[in-house]
Design a protein around this ligand. Structure first.
Ligand code: NAD
Length: 370
C-alpha cells in the first residue's frame, strides 16, 4: 500500500494509525485539511475486511468533511476516524476511552463525533479522556440528537430548489417521495406534512413506516417502487449510491433533495446525467450539513435555536450553488465543490496576513479560531 501516494492524491495532511492490544483498538484517524480550523468529523466503527478498506474509507470520508464544512460556512477542517471492529459485539468502555486518549494526544487537530456504528454513549466514554469530542447528550451539556437540525436543512434546501424550478418555494400540494423512514426522514416528513405536501414513504423495515404514518398523513409504498413514483421531488434519506444507471431511467422527478450521504453512485457521471435530464439535484453534502452545523454549535455552547437558524442558511447556500451551476453550465455537485474550494483558497490567503498576537490564538488553545 502506497500510503504517502494515497495521501498526496487526495491532499491529506495527516493519517494516524492507533493500536492498543488491551483495548482491542485498531483505528485510523485521517485529517484531510485544517485550512479552516480543527478537523471535525465522525468516528465510524465498522467491520472492515482489511486495513486497506478502512484506510480508503477514512480518506474518502475525511475529504468529504472538508467540503461539507467549507460549503456550510463553518470554521472547521475535514477529519474522520474509523475503528475496525463489529459495532454490535465489540464495543467497550475501554475501547472508546483508549480511543479518546489518542484523540487527546492530537491536541485538538481532530475533534470526534458519533457516526455509523457509534452513538452518544460511546462519545461520552471518549469525553472522559478528552475535550476534543462533540455530539454528546444534552444531559451533560452536549447537543444531543442532531436529526431535527439535519432534517430542517434538507427541508429548506428542498424549498430553495422548488423556488428555482417553479418560482415559488411552497411545497403545498407537491408530491414528494421519501426513501427511508429513519430519524432524518421522520422529522423531514413532519416539516413537509405541516406545509401540506403529499408524501410517499418507504422503508425496508415496515415498523419504521408505521411509526411515521402515526404522526403524519402519507402513502406507504414498497422499497423498489419509490424510484418510479410520479412525484415532483425525490428525497433519498436512507443510503448512498441510489442515483445510478439503473435508477435514473425510472425517474419522473424534477428535483432530488435528501439527507443521505453519497447519493450519486458516480459523482461526475451521474451528476451530469441529472443535469442533462433537467432534474435539479441538490448536492447531498450541502443539504445534509445541518448535522455538522449542530455538532459544531456544541463547541460554542449549544443552543438549538441558533443551530436551526444556521441550518436555515442552507436555503441561500443551495441558491448560490444553483446559480453557479446555471452560470457555468456545470452540474450542481461540481458547482458546490467549486464554491467550497474557493472558500478554502480565500481563507487560506487571509491566513497569510500577520495580524499581531491574535494570529497565534491557535497555539494558545482556542478550539475554533486560529
Ligand atoms: P436511520 O438509520 O435512522 O434511517 C435510515 C433508514 O433507511 C432506516 O430506517 C433503514 O431501515 C432505511 N433503509 C435502509 N435501506 C433501505 C432501502 N433500500 N430502502 C428504503 N429504506 C431503507 O438514519 P438517519 O439518521 O435517518 O440518516 C439517514 C441518512 O442521512 C443516512 O444516509 C445518513 O448517513 C445521512 N445523514 C444523517 C445525518 C443525521 O443527522 N442523522 C446527518 C447527515 C447525513
Amino acid at each position: 500500500m502506497d500510503i504517502f501516494g494515497m495521501m498526496e492524491n487526495s491532499s491529506h495532511e495527516q493519517v494516524i494509525f492507533c493500536s492498543n492490544k488491551e483495548a482491542n483498538l485498531k483505528c485510523i484517524i485521517a485529517v484531510h485539511d485544517t485550512t479552516l480550523g480543527p478537523a471535525l468529523g465522525g468516528t465510524r466503527m465498522f467491520n472492515y475486511k482489511n486495513v486497506d478498506e478502512a484506510l480508503e474509507d477514512s480518506l474518502r470520508l475525511s475529504r468529504a468533511m472538508t467540503y461539507k464544512s467549507a460549503i456550510a460556512g463553518l470554521n472547521f477542517g475535514g477529519g474522520k476516524a474509523v475503528i475496525i471492529g463489529d459495532s454490535a459485539t465489540q464495543k467497550t468502555e475501554m475501547l472508546f476511552r483508549t480511543f479518546g486518549k489518542f484523540v487527546d494526544g492530537l491536541g485538538g487537530r481532530y475533534i470526534a463525533a458519533e457516526d455509523v456504528g457509534t452513538d452518544v454513549r460511546d462519545m461520552e466514554y471518549v469525553r472522559m479522556e478528552t475535550k476534543y469530542v462533540t455530539g454528546i447528550s444534552k444531559a451533560i451539556g452536549g447537543s444531543g440528537d442532531p436529526t431535527p437540525v439535519t432534517a430542517y436543512g434538507v427541508y429548506v434546501g428542498m424549498k430553495a430548489c422548488a423556488h428555482e424550478k417553479w418560482g415559488s418555494d411552497s411545497l403545498k400540494g407537491r408530491k414528494i417521495a421519501v426513501q427511508g423512514a429513519g430519524q432524518v426522514a421522520r422529522h423531514l416528513c413532519e416539516y413537509l406534512y405541516n406545509e401540506g405536501a403529499d408524501i410517499y414513504i418507504t422503508d425496508v423495515e415496515e415498523d419504521k413506516v408505521k411509526y411515521i404514518l402515526d404522526i403524519v398523513k402519507a402513502e406507504s409504498v414498497k422499497p423498489e417502487e419509490i424510484y418510479e413514483i410520479d412525484a415532483a421531488i425525490f428525497s433519498p434519506c436512507a443510503l448512498g449510491s441510489v442515483i445510478n444507471d439503473k435508477t435514473i431511467p425510472r425517474f419522473k422527478f424534477e428535483i432530488i433533495a435528501g439527507g443521505a450521504n453519497n447519493q450519486l453512485e458516480n459523482e461526475m457521471k451521474h451528476g451530469r446525467i441529472l443535469m442533462e435530464k433537467d432534474i435539479l439535484y441538490a448536492p447531498d453534502y450541502v443539504v445534509n450539513s445541518g448535522g455538522l452545523i449542530n455538532v459544531a454549535n456544541e463547541l460554542e455552547g449549544y443552543r438549538q435555536d441558533r443551530a436551526m437558524k444556521q441550518a436555515e442558511g442552507i436555503y441561500n447556500i443551495v441558491k448560490q450553488v444553483l446559480k453557479k451551476s446555471k452560470q457555468e453550465n456545470i452540474p450542481t455537485n461540481v458547482a458546490s465543490d467549486k464554491i467550497a474550494e474557493e472558500r478554502l483558497e480565500n481563507i487560506s490567503s487571509i491566513r497569510n496576513i500577520y495580524s499581531g498576537a491574535s494570529s497565534f490564538s491557535g497555539r494558545l488553545g482556542e478550539l475554533t479560531h486560529r
